[in-house]
Design a protein around this ligand. Sequence first.
Ligand SMILES: [Zn+2]
Length: 171
Amino acid sequence: MASSKAHHATGFAAGVIAAAIVARIGGGGSFHVGVLLSFVTGVIGSTAPDWLEVAWWSRARRLWITHRTLTHWGVGWLALLAVSYHWLGHSLYAAPAFGFACGGLMHLFADWPNPLGVPWIAGRHSLNLWNSGHCDLIVVAASWAAAWFIGQHVWLHGVHGTALLQHFRIG
Ligand SMILES: [Zn+2]
């Protein structure tokens, strides 16, 4: 994995991205609660793929599944993202779920460049760029660049940005 510091730093970026999108589309129910929840769950979600595989309920705290398998499955996170995005503005639960999915995907992106790779669809794929913990700065910088790009796009060119996003929205 990328270092946990890197996961946290990228997690904040994921939270910002999720909150910006939720703020634009609407959280359903209370607007501010939705934005806040999506930010918080974005940060939490960014470390989720790693802590989800630890049996924290048991004393031994062993991994109950192999590291970087199911909890790092790209399709699962993307599905959660798509479903929660679809429900944004319709259900209060959509905003935190959306944030969580943004965080999880951010985690996958942060893990992707190092040699163990990430099982996006089937089988692991690695960008094979560097070893764990190296070049965290690049990963963090990229995540914040994305947050800045999406944030300013959503806030400044809201109509534009959401018009693009609406393509992916069914309802
Ligand atoms: Zn990981």
